[in-house]
Structure formats: structure tokens, C-alpha cells
Design a protein around this ligand. Structure first.
Ligand code: FAD
Length: 482
């Protein structure tokens, strides 16, 4: 029988439990069998219709395609061929795999588990149908369901979850698996693989697990130390920018934590300069564990059921202004341009624009969540959903509804010299700092167009005055009060 590695959100050779397990299984199977009779095959199933339904961003699909090609080359060096198959949706996977297993005499299918609801249901169905699917939980360092409170339940607050996570993670050595040794002679260079769907160039992001490893190590060596001080300033290169690689599994969380421990060996048990970054990696795990514990999150449900009755305004013109970066708040608008131009947005700005959409404009967080998914190179259901619900004040361990970011204060505090604003809104470069941070107060009539004038070439007036928006949000969101 042959082993099949089914690649999904784990497009790497290093620290890939499914790949390593498949190679080990095939090697064990070879003992006593005719030489070369037990082989490893690899498969990637593209599901363009499902991706469209899930709003996967064209830039992320391009990034996936680039990595599939590199993965195919890496696997060929190990003597393993990667096959790309196109199916429209998950619904067709069952029949396809059953036939594939029969046709190729597959003894076992190895794959990394996925936390999303549809994906988990698909895997459950396949196993119930008798397919020999073996899942390894590697999208998190600690698998969902293993970090629980004394009552055996999932934590609903981050701090005790993080404490428990650190305790559990510090119990064993964190050692990423090496690339398995070749299963046979190297294969010829594979033909280029193409995903049949809309794509948008992701060339701003270097591709490959070697590149990702270099980025990780450069960050840990040079910038991790200052992460706590610099991570909130979007004009600085203060964060790791590894999210695109983590989202599609070019890097594993274990590789990140191992690198961090290499620099600060006591990071899991003591306060070290690595603590703040480690916490972000734990937030990533927290949201993934939540997604598994609360399936309604995968289906757009509010974490806080009180939010089910919120009367969102859902004004389409306001939403369009937010999407297009025409709110009249320069930092909000610069952030939305960063998203469109690069496929990525700084975390401080994700929090700001999400708060602005849900609190200033009272637009349903799901609209923003979907817009992000359609444009982010690091689109990730768990982190995106968690981030949006947190920002809207209705999620797990959410920011309270009455904490409403003041875009002017955020601008002064986190982009003090307005260099980020000037980079993404170059047309405002001649403005003074006061005008950039407080356009309504210090801008003149010639500088600011009324928002209603869509043909105006100059920058719009603020879509709503901060004080008015704040009072309105407090009034409406007040129904979330316990
Ligand atoms: P770093 O600061 O270097 O952090 C390291 C890694 O930790 C990140 O790469 C990421 O994998 C993880 N991480 C960091 N912060 C968070 C967080 N708050 N929640 C969960 N994981 C985190 N992150 C995504 O990966 N995909 C998303 O779709 C996504 N959508 C978001 C939407 C909103 C409204 C908000 C507020 C946050 C969202 N985040 C999302 C989390 C966070 O903004 C990004 O992970 C981060 O900006 C990525 O930059 P970085 O790699 O430099 O992060």
C-alpha cells in the first residue's frame, strides 16, 4: 500500500508532521515488502468554488500557488510527486478521494487537521465513510481541546488561557521536525502548477519556506527584543510580518516558538523581552481553539448572543467610503489603502479600522470581516473572526463596547510624524501635522470636499464627527451592557 500526504494549510516540508508520519509509515511498510513497493504520494486539492464562497483573497491564492510550486520542487527532491487536482467544492472531495484510494492502493492518508467548521465536517465525513485518514494537529502548537480550565472547558478569557498554555507548552521540548530524508531518487523538475481561479500578484512577499525561515530568524535576532516598544507604530518595521506564512502553513507555530526559545530560552516560564510576541502567538492559538469549541463562530455567529439584536445601520454609502479609504480620517484611510496595495494591514490599524466601521459607522462586523478576507494575504478565519468580534466589543474577551478608539488620538499617538499617513495618502503630503491628525479642526474649506461630492478631487470631510459617532455608538451598543 502507498501513503498519501494530503497538503491543505501546511505548505511546507520542515516540521510537517503529516509528511514525516507518511514517510515513516512507508518506510516501516517496506520492511519485508518488495523494495520500492511502498511509496509516498502527495496531493493538493484545489476547490475554487469553495474558495469563492469563503471569500479567499486573490492575493492569498497567488501566494498559495507560488508555494505549491516550491513545495512540488522540494517534494520532487525527496522522490515524492505532488499532484494538483481541481474540484469545485468540498462536496466532491469524498467521491474523489474514495476513488483515488482505490485506484492507487492507498493504505493511509496523512493530513494536518484544520480548525474551521466545514473543513472539520468534511474530514469527519471522510473518516465515517471508512477512508483511512490520519490527522495531525499542527496548525497550533497545542491542539484545540487540550488547553482547558479546571472544569474541563475552553477558557473564555485570554489571560488564564495564556497562563495555562504557557504551563503546558513548557512541559516538553519544542523541537520542529526536520525535512524527512528522501524516499527515493529525486524526480525530474515538476511542471508548473496553476490554480484555476482569480489571482492577484503577491510578489511583495518573498515565497518559500527558506525565505520564511530567514525572515523568522532575522526578526528573532534583530527585532524581537524591541517588539514590545515598536509593535504599535505602523510606520516602523516593528512586527514580524510572518502572518502570510503562518496562515497557509509555510511556517509552523512550533518553528516560531522554537526560534523564540533559541533566543530567550526561559521565554515560556519567565518574563523576558519575548513575552509580548509570544502572547501574540498565543492569541493566534486562542482564536483557533475558540473556533473549534464554538462552531457557530465559523458560521458568522456572534460570540455574545446579546449582539444578535443589535440594530446595525449598514449604510451602503458609508461602507463604500470605508472600503475605499474616504472616511475623512487620514489614518483610517491610509490603513485601508495599505490593505488594498499590499494585502496586509498593521495590527494597530486593523483594530482602528474595525472599531471605526462597527462603532463610528455602526456597520455589522461581518461586512468588515468579509471585506478583510477578500483582500488579506494572511486571511485566516479564526484570527479574522476573533479580531473583528473583539474590535466590535461582542467577541470572546472582547474590548468593551464603550471603548471607542478616537481616530485623532490614535493618529497622534501611533503615527506622530504622520509618515505612515503620508506614505499611503501622498496627496496629503503638503498638509501640516495638525491638519493630518485633525483635518476637521485645522483643514480649510479648499482642502476638504463635502463627502456627498463624489466627483471632488480633494480629500473628503470626516464622514461623521467623532463626538457625534461616539455618542451614537454608546447609545446603540449600550444594549450589550450586562
Ligand atoms: P506579529 O505581531 O509579528 O505577530 C506574530 C504572529 O502572531 C502573527 O503573524 C499572527 O500569526 C499572530 N498574531 C498576532 N496578533 C494576533 C492577533 N491579534 N490575533 C491572532 N493572531 C495574532 N491575523 C491573521 O493572521 N489573519 C487575519 O485574517 C487577521 N485578521 C484580523 C482582523 C482584525 C480586525 C484584527 C484586529 C486582527 C486580525 N489579525 C489577523 C491579527 C493581527 O492583526 C495579525 O496577525 C498581525 O497584524 C500580523 O502581522 P505580523 O505577522 O507582523 O504579526
Amino acid at each position: 500500500p502507498q501513503a498519501l500526504v494530503w497538503f491543505r494549510q501546511d505548505l511546507r516540508l520542515t516540521d510537517n508532521q503529516a509528511l514525516s508520519a507518511a514517510c515513516d509509515w512507508a518506510r516501516e511498510g517496506e520492511t519485508g515488502a518488495a523494495e520500492g513497493s511502498t511509496k509516498v504520494r502527495a496531493l493538493y486539492i484545489a476547490t475554487p468554488m469553495q474558495w469563492r464562497a469563503h471569500d479567499v483573497a486573490p492575493i492569498q491564492l497567488d501566494f498559495i500557488e507560488r508555494h505549491l510550486n516550491l513545495l512540488a520542487q522540494g517534494l520532487a527532491r525527496l522522490g515524492i510527486a505532488l499532484e494538483l487536482v481541481h474540484l469545485d467544492s468540498f462536496g466532491q472531495v469524498d467521491d474523489f478521494l474514495a476513488a483515488y484510494v482505490r485506484e492507487h492502493g492507498i493504505g493511509r492518508i496523512f493530513a494536518g487537521a484544520e480548525p474551521e467548521f466545514n473543513e472539520r465536517m468534511r474530514d469527519r465525513r471522510l473518516m465515517a465513510a471508512g477512508l483511512p485518514l490520519q490527522l495531525s494537529d499542527e496548525h497550533c502548537l497545542l491542539p484545540p481541546g487540550t488547553v482547558l480550565n479546571l472544569g474541563g472547558e475552553m477558557y473564555k478569557v485570554f489571560t488564564p488561557f495564556a497562563k495555562c498554555w504557557r504551563q503546558l507548552a513548557s512541559r516538553g521540548a519544542i523541537a520542529p521536525l526536520p525535512i524527512p530524508s528522501p524516499m527515493g531518487p529525486a524526480l525530474a523538475a515538476p511542471e508548473p502548477l496553476h490554480l484555476r481561479c482569480d489571482k492577484l500578484s503577491s510578489h511583495l512577499w518573498p515565497a518559500g519556506e527558506d525565505e520564511a525561515g530567514l525572515l523568522l530568524h532575522a526578526f528573532v535576532e534583530q527585532r524581537l527584543q524591541d517588539y514590545g516598544a515598536e509593535r504599535d507604530f505602523p510606520a516602523l518595521d516593528g512586527t514580524s510580518r510572518l502572518s502570510p506564512y503562518l496562515a497557509i502553513g509555510v511556517l509552523s507555530p512550533r518553528q516560531c516558538v522554537a526560534a523564540l526559545q533559541g533566543r530567550f530560552p526561559a521565554a515560556l516560564v519567565e518574563d523576558t523581552p519575548a513575552k509580548v510576541w509570544l502572547n501574540e502567538l498565543i492569541w493566534r492559538e486562542f482564536y483557533r481553539h475558540l473556533l473549534v469549541a464554538f462552531p457557530r463562530l465559523s458560521r458568522g455567529g456572534n460570540f455574545n448572543p446579546r449582539a444578535d439584536k443589535l440594530p446595525w445601520r449598514n449604510d451602503r454609502a458609508d461602507f463604500a467610503a470605508w472600503c475605499e479609504g474616504r472616511t475623512g480620517y487620514p489614518l483610517v484611510d491610509a490603513a485601508m489603502r495599505q490593505l488594498r496595495q499590499t494585502g496586509w494591514m498593521h495590527n494597530r490599524l486593523r483594530m482602528l479600522v474595525a472599531s471605526f466601521l462597527t462603532k463610528h459607522l455602526l456597520i455589522d462586523w461581518r461586512w468588515g470581516e468579509q471585506y478583510f478576507r477578500r483582500h488579506l494575504i494572511d486571511g485566516d478565519l479564526a484570527a479574522n473572526n476573533g479580531g473583528w468580534q473583539w474590535s466590535a466589543g461582542i467577541g470572546c474577551d472582547a474590548q468593551p463596547y464603550f471603548r471607542i478608539f478616537n481616530p485623532m488620538t490614535q493618529s497622534e499617538k501611533f503615527d506622530p510624524d504622520a509618515s505612515f499617513i503620508r506614505k499611503y495618502l501622498p496627496e496629503l503630503a503638503p498638509w501640516s501635522l495638525k491638519q493630518l491628525h485633525h483635518p476637521e479642526q485645522h483643514g480649510s474649506d479648499e482642502m476638504l470636499a463635502p463627502l456627498s461630492d463624489r466627483t471632488a478631487t480633494c480629500y473628503p470631510r470626516p464622514i461623521i464627527a467623532h463626538a457625534v459617532a461616539r455618542a451614537r455608538a454608546l447609545d446603540v451598543l449600550g444594549m450589550l451592557k450586562k
